[in-house]
Design a protein around this ligand. Structure first.
Ligand SMILES: Cc1cc2nc3c(=O)[nH]c(=O)nc-3n(C[C@H](O)[C@H](O)[C@H](O)COP(=O)(O)OP(=O)(O)OC[C@H]3O[C@@H](n4cnc5c(N)ncnc54)[C@H](O)[C@@H]3O)c2cc1C
Length: 315
């Protein structure tokens, strides 16, 4: 057990993994990764459908990695394997089931607290993403149908009538995957898709043409109700439809309470305030990955954030 780590990284997603690996490769001896899940990459495990194509160029973000860690387009499974290999080969001290509750700085050291342990470090990177709290609709979800209102595909089976809500790549990919074995409607409040990559857009249009996806564009949802155990959806154009399941794919929210406990200032959108090196107002405390982007980033962006931060720590 190390007394004081050179670097502790909170969150074992792409940004956290890239941070610890870059740190090791750049000569930081004692590096610790703390992840709340029972394995790394919980966003990928929980929100990517199985065999999902994972695009290197995503949502028009930068697709070139700048540090020592490369990244190529693959599948959910190949990306998870790749991250396994990165963590194994660089012999990173990794603790799973370690949800960090707060970070405090006393003198030159950070004190990091989980529910069961405490750690000390000279530098800390917070890379906890935004998907710990998926965005929820403003209207109420009746408690009696919460099992049928989901934020990923875990509970989906086959032969269901499913409504997917959202206009981004996640919603499109969910609809495309589900329509092979279910009757799928894709609902987006705007009149047309503006954020889909070419592949997803053409797949959605193809499945719509063949009647496998029913598109409801330019229509919002006003309320959900329980109708005989199913979900009655009331749309703002006055129509009402009943579904076996509704899946929201509308991004994630900033973990404001956590930021407050760590003394990290944030803007009106809950995005942490950092300088060009991704350092907060507290020297040695950095934030990277999706957490510093209002509507989510990409894996390459997260990997590049790690490079920026480690370069600054080594300076
Ligand atoms: C459905 C979907 C499809 C996507 N497809 C693509 C794609 O094809 N290509 C692409 O480049 N990007 C894609 N993305 C975006 C990409 O997944 C994110 O940009 C990337 O995962 C961000 O990495 P991150 O490390 O910042 O955060 P995350 O991946 O969210 O990782 C954060 C980690 O921190 C952990 N954590 C949270 N709170 C704590 C805590 N208090 N203590 C300890 N650990 C904590 C979480 O369990 C998680 O493992 C997709 C996103 C979604 C939701």
């Amino acid at each position: 057990m190390i007394d004081v780590y050179d670097l502790a990284v909170i969150g074992g997603g792409p940004c956290g993994i890239a941070s610890v690996v870059e740190a090791k490769r750049n000569g930081l001896a004692h590096v610790l990764l703390l992840e709340k899940g029972d394995n790394h990459s919980q966003t990928i495990r929980q929100f990517y459908k199985d065999k999902k194509r994972v695009d290197k160029e995503y949502k028009g973000f930068d697709s070139e990695t700048r540090g020592s860690i490369s990244f190529e387009t693959g599948t959910k499974e190949s990306v998870l394997n790749y991250f396994d290999e990165l963590l194994d080969s660089d012999e990173i001290d990794t603790n799973f089931k370690s949800e960090v509750e707060k970070i405090e700085k006393h003198a030159d050291e950070f004190y990091i607290t989980t529910s069961s342990a405490g750690y000390r470090a000279r530098n800390v990177i917070v890379a906890i993403g935004r998907m710990g709290k998926p965005n929820k609709p403003a209207y109420k979800i009746p408690p009696s149908i919460t099992q049928r209102v989901n934020f990923n595909l875990d509970k989906c089976t086959i032969n269901e009538k499913i409504l997917v809500v959202g206009g981004g790549n996640s919603a499109a990919e969910y609809a495309i995957a589900l329509c092979k074995t279910n009757v799928v409607t894709l609902c987006y409040r705007k009149a047309k898709f503006t954020r889909l990559n070419e592949t997803n857009e053409s797949d959605v249009m193809r499945e719509t043409k063949y009647g496998n996806i029913i598109l409801r564009l330019g229509i919002d949802i006003e309320a959900l109700e329980n109708e005989n155990g199913k979900v009655l959806v009331k749309f703002d154009n006055g129509t009402e439809l009943v579904f076996d399941r509704v899946i929201y794919a509308i991004g994630g929210t900033s973990p404001i309470d956590f930021l407050k406990k760590c003394g990290i200032a944030y803007d009106e959108n809950g995005v942490p305030i950092v300088d060009e090196n991704l350092q907060t107002a507290t020297s040695g405390l950095y934030v990277g990955g999706d957490l510093i982007s209002r509507s989510g980033g990409s894996i390459v962006v997260a990997i590049n954030h790690a490079h920026t931060i480690i370069k600054n720590i080594r300076r």
